[in-house]
Design a protein around this ligand. Structure first.
Ligand code: ADP
Length: 260
């Protein structure tokens, strides 16, 4: 079992044979809440298994040290690298945008970490930035992509800072700016921040995008435009860190078994 306790959401993946996902869950509540316990219980329920059936449990994410019953913890960076490598073994660079941070990771050929750049000091370009903007627009983050799908242009958001950008969006709204074009501008602003990190770490294609924000096709498309390349997104991008943790659990189980 791999459990990724993030700042915004808790995710759990149960792997059988190191390959088949038999249960998973993502709960939009992060560390310090009932989210981690709920993600674990839901994934177990979906798998038709109990906690005692888990051979090894690995925790990752911002709140990784708070999971009762975890056998060990692994850093988010290593878990995102391992998850992305399992999804696309040729992947060279991973960009992960979560609730309150954004990371760009360079992968070694075996899926290990070759380098990384991270923004965890400011909300700009993170899930929180998108949540703040969605609230001003009276939308849920999950609606942003659809509402901007037909936008013909992106409104320029000149402030990087989330607080100033929020004021900018509010004043654009009062000028009756087209909502779709405004959202396209918000996506572009988030993507520009992430693209900056990717350039700093070094873009080696294929590029994989993970994290909850990768569920927003508008941000994925804006990032592809910024970088001039395609971004491969796993079917469940938000589960990528938990998947990596489950893979570390499997590796440790296999090693123990081989050593008898
Ligand atoms: P963390 O690991 O930091 O908790 P996640 O990778 O779980 O973060 O991503 C959480 C973020 O994903 C939220 O802040 C939100 O902006 C975004 N998100 C979650 N669900 C959706 C969705 N259905 N559509 C678009 N964005 C989403």
């Amino acid at each position: 079992m791999g459990v990724d306790i993030g700042s915004a959401a808790s995710k759990c993946v149960i792997l059988k044979n190191g390959r088949d996902t038999v249960g998973s869950a993502a709960v939009p509540l992060g560390t310090g809440t009932s989210g981690p316990g709920r993600a674990v219980e839901t994934a177990l329920e979906r798998a038709g298994l109990g906690r005692a059936d888990m051979a090894v449990t690995v925790a990752t994410g911002y709140g990784r040290n708070s999971l009762p019953g975890a056998d060990f913890t692994v850093s988010e960076l290593s878990c995102h690298a391992a998850g992305a490598h399992a999804f696309l073994p040729e992947a060279g660079t991973v960009v992960d945008i979560g609730g309150q941070d954004c990371k760009a990771i360079r992968l070694a050929p075996d899926g290990g970490l070759e380098g990384f750049v991270m923004n965890d000091k400011c909300a700009a370009g993170t899930g929180r930035f998108l949540e703040v903007m969605a609230r001003v627009l009276e939308l849920d983050v999950s609606q942003l992509a659809d509402r901007s799908r037909d936008a013909e242009r992106a409104v320029e958001i000149s402030s990087t800072c989330t607080v100033f950008a929020e004021s900018e969006v509010i004043s654009r709204l009062s000028e009756n700016t087209d909502i779709g074009e405004l959202i396209a501008g918000i996506h572009k602003s988030a993507a520009a921040r992430a693209a900056g990190l990717v350039r700093r770490v070094g873009l080696v294609e294929p590029l994989v995008m993970t994290g909850g924000v990768a569920l927003n096709r508008g941000v994925v498309a804006a990032l592809e435009k910024e970088l001039g390349c395609r971004a491969a997104v796993p079917e469940a991008p938000q589960l990528n860190g938990a998947m990596g943790a489950a893979l570390f659990a499997w590796k440790s189980f296999k090693k123990d078994r081989e050593e008898g």
